[in-house]
Design a protein around this ligand. Structure first.
Ligand code: HEM
Length: 153
């Protein structure tokens, strides 16, 4: 039988193109194990966040710029609420059931300087805990937009 040129075997050049495309796809598709980590993971997961919260609450309560604001606040209660809030805020596996930032800070008369002091103390603690600048900046970028709910004077 004469060769019609329509045999089932792919044309060698086409086969080469397919092979190249397949290799490229394999290179571009992320392997299952390389899923992007969350900010929560990069902060060290639950133990990393707990360590940061432990440090910041202790610092807020002793910082002369802030300690009056935290007078009479139950330290363990605040740590537990803040840890769950930060876990949720950084895409960790937590459901925050506390009040909103507006509701919980309403009436506390927090100004920009106090908000900045909280942010500064948070950075001090993260640096002390060995959190990279890149990860610190990502957390600060999520905290900054909360200012308009927290600052009331
Ligand atoms: C982005 C910054 C802040 C975050 C993420 C944050 C987060 C929180 C959270 C999660 C709670 C617990 C709310 C609840 O579960 O009901 C809380 C309470 C509180 N926060 Fe903040 N806070 C921030 C800034 C500040 C600042 C700047 C101050 C004062 C200088 C402050 C003072 C307080 C006080 C006094 C409470 C306890 C309120 C109460 O007992 O009713 N917070 N905060």
């Amino acid at each position: 039988m004469a060769d019609t040129g329509h045999s089932a075997r792919p044309h060698p050049r086409k086969a080469g193109t397919f092979a190249l495309a397949a290799v490229l796809l394999l290179c571009l598709a992320p392997p299952q194990s390389a899923q992007a980590s969350t900010l929560f993971d990069d902060l060290g997961g639950r133990s990393g966040v707990d360590r940061i919260v432990d440090g910041v609450v202790t610092l807020y309560m002793t910082d002369p710029r802030l300690r009056a604001d935290f007078d009479n606040i139950n330290r363990d209660w605040l740590k537990s609420r803040l840890a769950t809030y930060l876990c949720m805020l950084t895409d960790g596996p937590c459901t925050y059931k506390g009040r909103s930032m507006a509701a919980s800070h309403k009436g506390l008369k927090i100004d920009q300087a106090s908000f900045d002091a909280v942010a500064e103390d948070t950075e001090i603690v993260m640096t002390r805990d060995g959190v990279s600048n890149w990860t610190q900046n990502r957390l600060m970028a999520r905290l900054a937009p909360l200012a308009h709910q927290i600052i009331t004077r």
